[in-house]
Design a protein around this ligand. Sequence first.
Ligand code: DC
Length: 226
Amino acid sequence: MTKKRPDIIAIDGPAASGKSTLGRRLADALGYLFFDTGVMYRAVTWLVLQRGINIRDEKSVSALAEETPIDVLPASRSDGRACDVLMDGKDITWETRRPEVDANVSLISTYAGVRHAMSEQQRRIGLRGKVVMVGRDIGTVVLPQADLKIYLDASAPERARRRHQENLARGIESNYDEILARMIERDYIDSTRDVAPLRAADDAVVLNSDELSADEVFEQAWRLSE
Ligand code: DC
């Protein structure tokens, strides 16, 4: 008897653990939609900063998240993006990657109202199936019914080293110690928040990529999806 391929695949894990690289490859190989849910939290953060709203004003930030539809669509350009992020029809894909968004997104994603609004939108897309969804709480909260759950982990120094190398390769100024400090701070916020903290679902397969290349991580995940 042939086993059915998982229809919904959830990949969770800390920042820079290689989730997006893995998710994208897996989605390409399976012909599935790749959906990086972090971009939605980034989009709200960008809008909050753009509007000059105080990021500590939980009520206003949550209200904005609730009234703003965000579209995540397959990439329309090959400029390195994994998908298009649209807000009110405007392409804000690269705005969501700005350093000021990096610095504030973890705080905004602790707000229950923001999480509720984002999770609803994500669930609607995920339930259509044939999807690889990447985030922090996909297997635990957004789609606990996912057919395959992977928790991709790596140590903070290794993740900081990779981010540092990526920056250097792109010609961006980069300081390893600073990246590591920010990484540890974001891990702390993401994993200790009250609502939907970062953790592996009980039925997730945990992969640690410290000693594995991107190809090896992909091969292991591919085997799990067969
Ligand atoms: O994966 P990323 O770095 O783009 O995620 C940005 C932030 O969004 C991260 O600090 C935590 C938050 N996030 C979340 O809380 N839940 C998700 N499903 C995805 C991201």
